[in-house]
Design a protein around this ligand. Structure first.
Ligand code: GLU
Length: 457
């Protein structure tokens, strides 16, 4: 069964780049009828925060990505210890004693000689006696995975195609610190094995980790999963932007972005498919295909997201937004308003238009006369707007903008907005007539409405 995982470190909020990786892993699993797992990479006790773990769960939920299971690395240390012991016993993990300063010096020397700044494996050449001497002198080792230089590293990347690395050009990675704590490299492989992960899909910043991990899988007697590394997101300004890293779910929610809009953008951005406001998650699942992903960085733009959001809002059914609408905006009002909204929250701006009070607009005298006539001609039926405009057109000869704009201004106080045919029934006859009269400069109010019809024309 296809099993993917999203493996964030709870050291901060998820940003759009993380959310994209999560979405793609979810889509990949759903597409194959498989499982999508959440792995909390919290081996770094210093930097991990419980509040971020909660935020990760909430953010995934907001985006509609429900994991089929969750594990935490901090609860799995025994597994890492067992794999570590095995690799030490087999000579694939070895102790190294250099301090950070010594390593930095070696790095500089190698760079100065024009050599790649990789670890020189000096620790592998220590005799047992030398190691003992170092330990007696108070040095505690950190531990490195010994890459097999005779085993070329090759994998077929579902996005990048064939990938080849010469292990001799890579540093033996540190897998465990002197204090016993774990670095990312080994636990991730142990978990991918233990959780039966079939597909590892992550950012291309992990390509060199994958090169190492391919050999760790082999050292642990396993065939590696399939790998795919996606090009990173870049900001509007073209380079890896700090700003992108600060765009999280709270920022997006505050901006009025719907999770469906974010999903529609992130699902297709960087692929050969056009970015469109696809609101049905099933469509995104069906069409998800790693072979359509480009190797070029994908450009993320908040403006594009806003545009997409507009398209998504226009499709949202009432049930999906009812809980977020102010009292006074029911289903009919929502359906009338939504084609005009960029954000669900903006529906509230139309509350006064629907139920008043509204300050009368300043109209030109001839438009005031039109409003006055409209107040008289207004009749109530299933189609009051069509009836009214048809009557006024015949009577005044006005049409198009000259007819509709003053009426819209009189009835809504705005030059633009939702379809008047949908809006007028929501405003209601009494309120509509009062507004037409007010716009005409005639006395307002229910009493005058009845006696004042003759003063209209
Ligand atoms: N915790 C790692 C990260 O956030 C996981 C990488 C992976 O997917 O293996 O980068």
């Amino acid at each position: 069964m296809v099993t993917t995982r999203f493996a964030p470190s709870p050291t901060g909020r998820l940003h759009v780049g993380n959310l994209r990786t999560a979405l793609h892993n979810w889509l990949l699993a759903r597409r194959a009828g498989g499982r999508f797992l959440l792995r909390i990479d919290d081996t770094d006790a210093e930097r991990s925060r419980e509040a971020y773990v909660d935020a990760i769960r909430r953010d995934l939920d907001w985006l509609g990505l429900r994991p089929d299971g969750e594990v935490r690395q901090s609860a799995r240390l025994d597994l890492y210890k067992a794999a570590f012991a095995r690799l030490v016993a087999e000579g694939r993990v070895y102790p190294a004693y250099e301090t950070a300063q010594e390593l930095e010096l070696k790095r500089k020397v190698r760079l100065g000689r024009g050599l790649p700044p990789i670890y020189d494996r000096a620790a592998l050449r220590l005799s047992a006696q030398e190691r003992r001497a170092l330990e007696e002198g108070g040095r505690r080792p950190h531990w490195r995975f010994r890459l097999d230089h005779d085993q070329p590293i090759v994998w077929h990347d579902a996005i990048r195609g064939e990938q080849r690395f010469d292990p001799a050009q890579l540093s033996d990675p540190v897998v465990r610190r002197a204090d016993g704590s774990w670095l990312y490299m080994l636990p991730s492989v142990v978990d991918d094995i233990d959780m039966n992960i079939t597909d590892v899909l992550r950012g291309e910043d992990h390509v060199s980790n994958t090169a190492v991990q391919v050999q760790i899988f082999a050292a642990l007697g396993r065939t590696p999963p399939r790998f795919a590394h996606e090009a990173l997101l870049v900001g509007d300004e073209g380079k890896l932007s700090k700003r992108l890293g600060s765009i999280d779910c709270d920022t997006l929610r505050a901006r009025g972005i719907e999770p469906d809009a974010l999903a529609a953008l992130l699902a297709r951005l960087g692929t050969s498919r056009p970015v469109e406001p696809v609101g049905e998650r099933g469509v995104l699942v069906e069409e998800f295909d790693l072979s359509l992903f480009s190797r070029a960085p994908a450009r993320f733009s908040l403006d594009e997201l806003d545009r997409l959001n507009r398209g998504i809002v226009h499709q949202l059914p009432f049930e999906r937004v009812a809980g977020r609408l102010p009292d006074g905006i029911g289903e009919a009002a929502w359906l009338a308003l939504r084609p005009n909204l960029g954000r669900v929250a903006d529906a509230g701006d139309w509350l006064a238009v629907l139920s008043g009070p509204l300050a009368p607009p300043a109209l030109e005298p001839e438009d005031q006369a039109l409003a006055a006539l409209a107040a008289e001609r207004l009749t109530w039926s299933a189609t009051p707007w069509q009836d009214l405009t048809a009557a006024l057109k015949t009577e005044t000869g006005r049409s198009g903008r000259a007819l509709f704009l003053p009426l819209r201004l009189a009835l809504t106080g705005r030059a633009q907005g939702p379809d008047m045919a949908a809006l007028l029934p929501l405003i209601g006859e009494r309120e509509a007539r009062a507004r037409l009269r007010a716009a005409a400069g005639l006395p307002d109010g229910a009493e005058q409405l009845h006696s004042g019809g003759d003063r209209g024309a």
